[in-house]
Each structure stands twice: as structure tokens, then as C-alpha cells.
Design a protein around this ligand. Structure first.
Ligand SMILES: Cc1cc2nc3c(=O)[nH]c(=O)nc-3n(C[C@H](O)[C@H](O)[C@H](O)COP(=O)(O)OP(=O)(O)OC[C@H]3O[C@@H](n4cnc5c(N)ncnc54)[C@H](O)[C@@H]3O)c2cc1C
Length: 289
């Protein structure tokens, strides 16, 4: 199908983009990498009359660290994240996630801001973003707003972002001490989207016990979630295979799982338990490197 007619505008700055979005709020959409929005428009699931193309705004594409915080600009592509040495050192789970997204074309055009704003229930980043306790910085006509990742992903294709706000930056607190993180997924064969993806981020204390455990799971429910019971069960314990296996039995407790042609709800719930354990094992293994 062909998208409905639309007007195409290319703001030169973030400020201009915010003004345009405010002016046309109900009829406009932000265009970043276009790898979710354009397919939606071709299917007429999205019918914006104004496309505000922010992809050429240079101030939105960067990865840097300052004051104990990793800062990633919204327009940073999946490929740039996948290949960033800084991210590989600070949050390897996010490099893993970026490298597993779609194919090389998708990774070259798609952006982290576009992915989290779109909030596909099977997207890869949300698991790591949640596990890392990230903050999403949104810019609107009344200035900036910080949204905790735990309050950002609300439902399928639904976030806490207002219609007149643009994701400007993702902020991630940098871990100190003996920490490790990893993201693993079971991909749907045709699209590569997650049937189940799990990100684990851990810290070990001097005795080898888990002083911090965070697990984010995507692909299973209508939006990504934290495996809170498993995290609570593991905190303060030494992570033996038996301890991990038992704790991960609770990884999808209380979750209403998606049920579609790719996987049944029961299968997804089961894979959440399996991938939570595998991601934890991979994160723990990385503390040795
Ligand atoms: C063949 C294919 C395979 C894919 N496989 C995967 C996969 O395995 N895993 C995965 O996670 N994803 C996958 N994707 C999706 C891909 O990661 C997209 O790039 C991503 O979801 C959207 O990013 P984008 O920059 O392309 O955003 P766009 O398509 O430009 O925008 C998506 C939505 O976000 C809004 N938006 C964009 N940027 C901002 C911003 N800064 N602030 C506010 N709103 C904004 C837009 O208005 C739109 O509603 C796949 C896509 C394709 C086409």
C-alpha cells in the first residue's frame, strides 16, 4: 500500500522541531530513522499529515559519559551503539541489544530514540533500558522532563511521552565496582524481533554475593517489564546454578503474556524464565573480564 499524502518538513534545530510539533501536534509525527513509522504509514496504521524529519539535526546524535552518567542522543543509530567502545565497556547489554536488531540496513538507519518512542512490545532496547534504571529526557514546549524508564513503557506502542514531546536523550547511571551485563534473545525467525529477550545487570560484592540484580524482559508482555520477584530472591546471595535456576522460576510471575502465531502465551512465559537465567549467567561471566 502507499501512504496517505503528507507534508514533509525538515527543521534545522531541535528548538524548531519542538515548535513545529507543538503547532501541528494532533496531525504531526516525528520521523527519525523511519524504520517503524514508514511501514506503519504504508499500512495506513499511521496517517500523519505532517512529517517532521529530525534525522538531520546534528545535536541529537552522540554517545558520551560525564559525571557518572552515560548520555546517548536520541538520533544515535543502532549501529553506532553496537560498535561504541564506551557502551561496550559501560553497558554491554545495550551493545548486545543493538547488535541483535533486525539486519544491517535497519541498524544503520534506526535510532534508539525512535525505538523507545515507538515502544514495540518485541523491541530489544527496552529490556536493557529498564534493567539499567535509565532516564529518558523529553523536550516539549515547556522545557525538559525526565522520565524514569520504569514509568516510560506503559503498554503496547504506548509510552509516557506526550504528543508534543521529543525524546532528546537517554541517560544511564554508570556502574562502579564488579559489575556485568548481558542481553540475549530468542528472535522471531522472519523479522528478528524478540519472542523473548532478557537483559541482566548485576554487581558482585567482595564476597562474590549479588549486591545488585536487575532483569528486564521484552517480547513477552504488552510492554517490557522487570522480573522483580527474581531480583528480590537473588539479592545478597551467591549465584550458584541452583540459586539462579530457582530464582528465575519466578521471572514471569504475574505477567499477562502475548499469544500469537509466533508463540503461545505459555511458551513466552517459559522462555522468560529460561532467558532470565541465561542472561544472568552471561552477565556474571562478564564480571571476570
Ligand atoms: C525489517 C525490520 C526488522 C526490525 N527488527 C527489529 C528487531 O529485531 N528489534 C528491534 O528492536 N527493532 C526492530 N526493528 C525496528 C527498528 O529498530 C526501528 O528502527 C525502530 O523501532 C524505530 O526507530 P526509527 O529511528 O526508525 O524511528 P521512526 O520509524 O522514524 O519512528 C518510530 C516512532 O517513534 C517516533 N519518534 C522517532 N524518534 C522520536 C523522538 N526522538 N522523539 C519522539 N518520538 C520519536 C515517531 O514519530 C514514530 O512514531 C525492525 C524494523 C524493520 C523494518
Amino acid at each position: 500500500m502507499i501512504a496517505q499524502n503528507f507534508e514533509y518538513v525538515v527543521p534545522a534545530s531541535l528548538g524548531e522541531a519542538v515548535s513545529l510539533l507543538e503547532k501541528h501536534t494532533e496531525r504531526a509525527k516525528i520521523l527519525a530513522g523511519g524504520h517503524s513509522l514508514i511501514p506503519m504509514m504504508k499500512l495506513r496504521l499511521a496517517t500523519p499529515e505532517f512529517l517532521i524529519d529530525i534525522s538531520r539535526i546534528p545535536e541529537l546524535s552522540y554517545i558520551k559519559e560525564d559525571g557518572g552518567t552515560l548520555r546517548i542522543g536520541a538520533l544515535t543509530t543502532h549501529y553506532t551503539i553496537e560498535t561504541s567502545d564506551l557502551i561496550r565497556r559501560r553497558l554491554p547489554a545495550l551493545s548486545d541489544a543493538a547488535g541483535l536488531i533486525g539486519d544491517v540496513q535497519v541498524r544503520n538507519k534506526g535510532t534508539i530514540g525512535g525505538s523507545i518512542a515507538h515502544a514495540d512490545p518485541a523491541a530489544d532496547y527496552p529490556a536493557s533500558i529498564l534493567a539499567a534504571d535509565a532516564t529518558i529526557v523529553a523536550l516539549g514546549p515547556r522545557g525538559e522532563r525526565q522520565i524514569l524508564a520504569s514509568k516510560f513503557f506503559l503498554d503496547m506502542l504506548t509510552t509516557a511521552l506526550a504528543r508534543n514531546e521529543i525524546v532528546r536523550e537517554i541517560q544511564i547511571p554508570v556502574k562502579s565496582g564488579k559489575s556485568g551485563s548481558a542481553y540475549l534473545k530468542m528472535a522471531q525467525k522472519a523479522s528478528g524481533f524478540a519472542i523473548c529477550g532478557a537483559a541482566a545487570l548485576i554487581e558482585l560484592d567482595g564476597s562474590g554475593a549479588l549486591s545488585k540484580v536487575a532483569i528486564g524482559i521484552t517480547g513477552v508482555g504488552s510492554h517490557a517489564f522487570r522480573a522483580a520477584k527474581t531480583e528480590a530472591e537473588l539479592k545478597g546471595k551467591k549465584p550458584s546454578p541452583e540459586v539462579l535456576k530457582k530464582a528465575c522460576e519466578q521471572a514471569s510471575d504475574g505477567v499477562t503474556a502475548l499469544d500469537d502465531i509466533h508463540a503461545s502465551a505459555d511458551y513466552r512465559l517459559d522462555m522468560a524464565r529460561v532467558f532470565a537465567r541465561r542472561a544472568l549467567e552471561a552477565a556474571i561471566a562478564r564480571t571476570a573480564s
